[in-house]
Design a protein. Structure first.
Length: 381
């Protein structure tokens, strides 16, 4: 995430301000506002699921959405959550499972919204520590209710109250991991949404908007998918292969023009689908070809004139085909300079990372239906 690298894999960053719309609580911001939708949960189920016949019928769980902000040209996507009565600006990360926010226990969090820890009972808190490629975060494990959307509130969620930050997080207050991995003893907010029976379906789906920084950076929907945001019958389904609940899948093949980089014969096909990474991680051979085509320089700048002629990435999941054109794996910034979003993979945990460039083209659904866990890439409307 920071410096173009995913939070769990390597790095992190951002900047924003907000106004939140929870009844009775309001915080002013210098830049823009983020608001929870205020639609009745029963009506929201009807609207999002496209099923008007169930309107007025009480459902077992809800489907609800939260607005996202696009920070630093899509380097990060954040939303507002409530913990207790306080608001926090958190970056969404499908590549991790831990929620943590700044606390009032250290100088590193002085410029951030802070979770107030009961200092009279510090001995009752367990310590937590996360290590990233760029540094780490440490503090205490605490328990409180976490309000994620207008109608979705998790009871007694365990999360990290950070006291020490060993990297610069700019103006965010924390990170909200969304995958289902529990092997490290942590349970994500999404895991608890399911186990507290808060959702209509064990699904969350993300619509990320690229381009300049904006308060309208897209939407995350919990409990279902938003049919107004994708083209029906276009979904490419990819089974999750990681038994720990991480957002890993496996390609049948990946090619760039005539060059094949993943196939039955070339076993480098595992993929981490990560909203916390602003880039595509790939094997060195693939990056080398992209760099040559785009005439990449040392600062990652490329020749803008080369983008339109650059080849399309073609991916197969079983017999299902999808493509990513060069306009998605490159970026043009406000200064008129162009950059590549393809980098050599720094980790051995997976072969490829599909970061936010894939989220720009596809509406991506993470479906954790037991024994049918899969990721769906829908064409956007």
């Amino acid at each position: 995430m920071y410096t173009r690298v995913c939070l769990l894999c390597i790095i992190v960053t951002l900047s924003l301000g907000y106004v939140a719309s929870k009844p009775g609580v309001e915080k002013k911001d210098k830049i823009f506002s983020l608001n929870f939708d205020v639609i009745n949960p029963r009506d929201r189920n009807c609207e999002l699921m496209g099923n008007t016949s169930n309107c007025g019928v009480e459902l077992s769980g809800t489907v609800d959405s939260a607005q996202l902000a696009n920070i630093d040209h899509g380097m990060k996507y954040i939303t507002i959550i409530y913990i207790g009565k306080d608001t926090f600006r958190v970056q969404l990360d499908t590549g991790s499972n831990v929620l943590w926010v700044c606390s009032d226990m250290g100088k590193d969090c002085e410029k951030h919204n802070q979770y107030i820890i009961d200092k009279k009972n510090l001995d009752k808190y367990k310590q937590f520590k996360l290590v990233y490629g760029s540094g780490g975060v440490a503090g205490f494990e605490v328990i409180d209710d976490v309000h994620v959307t207008k109608y979705i509130s998790i009871k007694k969620q365990t999360f990290g109250a950070a006291a020490i930050l060993k990297f610069d997080i700019d103006d965010i207050d924390g990170v909200m991991g969304l995958n289902m991995d529990t092997s490290d003893g942590h349970t994500s907010v999404f895991y608890n949404m399911i186990h507290q029976k808060l959702l209509k379906e064990p699904i969350f789906a993300m619509n990320l908007k690229g381009g300049k920084s904006s308060k309208d950076g897209g939407m995350i929907t919990f409990g279902g998918r938003h049919p107004k945001l994708f083209v029906d019958k276009t979904g490419v389904s990819a089974p999750m292969i990681d038994k720990l609940g991480r957002t890993f899948t496996h390609m049948t093949s990946l090619s760039l023009g005539k060059e094949v980089f993943c196939s039955d014969k070339i076993q480098t096909c595992s993929v981490n689908v990560d909203s916390g990474g602003s880039q595509i991680f790939a094997p060195a051979e693939f990056v080398s070809i992209i760099d040559k085509i785009l005439e990449r320089e040392k600062d990652n700048e490329i020749d803008c004139k080369k983008i339109s002629a650059a080849p399309t990435i073609e991916i197969m999941f079983g017999k299902q085909r999808m493509t990513l054109e060069s306009e998605y794996y490159t970026a043009i910034y406000g200064n008129g300079k162009c950059y590549t979003l393809v980098f050599e993979n720094p980790t051995k945990a997976f072969d490829w990372q599909f970061g936010t460039p894939f989220f720009y083209k596809f509406y991506i659904e993470f479906n954790f239906t037991p024994k049918m866990e899969h990721i769906v890439f829908w064409e956007k409307k």
